[in-house]
Design a protein around this ligand. Sequence first.
Ligand code: ZN
Length: 269
Amino acid sequence: MKPHATSKKCLGMIAMADPIAKAKQVLSDKKVGDIPALSLGAISDSEGVKYKQKAYPDKWDGMLVFNGAQRGILVNTRIDNPARHKFTFAHELGHYFLDHPPSFSKDGQLGIECNVSETSMEQKGREAEANRFAVELLMPQDRFLLLMLGAEIDFALIAGLAIEFMVSKQACSYRLVELTQKPCIVVFSKHGKITSYKASRAAKGFWGGYASLPNETVAHEMIINKKQQSNFAECDSRKWLLRTVPEQKIYECTRGSYADGSAMTILKW
Ligand SMILES: [Zn+2]
């Protein structure tokens, strides 16, 4: 366990290092409205944290800058994707509220420099903590659950919730899979190579762990032909999964933005 974090002003006496509890506390203390993505600037202002969004030529996505007791947030808008900028902003607020220490010192400047991935499987430690904070801040569990209640996980639901919460479809699909009771796996690929995936609790242990989309699946066919799948298709689960499911049938659907070769596949049963 990490040592007890220093409390921030206006946030009461209890300041926990748990990123989810901390995000809930910020949402409540700052009286954040229904679309938290719209309140990031106000949250910063209320803490006296200056922020700037600008297209920096550098590779990093976001930075928390330390200047004595003063903190500042920089969001790199070099990649034109407003949902991603919001996630980065929330991620940097995570480092701030979780009292993460600076990770670099350059020309007398201290800071935390981040390459923020909303769906990375590898991130650990403080980066993962800042991401968990960002997910709870931007897509609070209680509000999110209310909107996904009883709905089928499909591309329409993901697109709708992504607009509602002003997050990327990737971040939104990961949140859905994290919170659903149903067996479901989302798989992201680029030119057929799997870049990330997430399995819901009910689907844990089923995923085949492939590096590429398996042959003889509709996903494979869609990507080869750069096509969009209009509806879920029934398929043999043995092509995708390590373990059998009732009647061996699962449903898959793939859509891509083939300009950059990226695609998303939803598997459910
Ligand atoms: Zn970070």
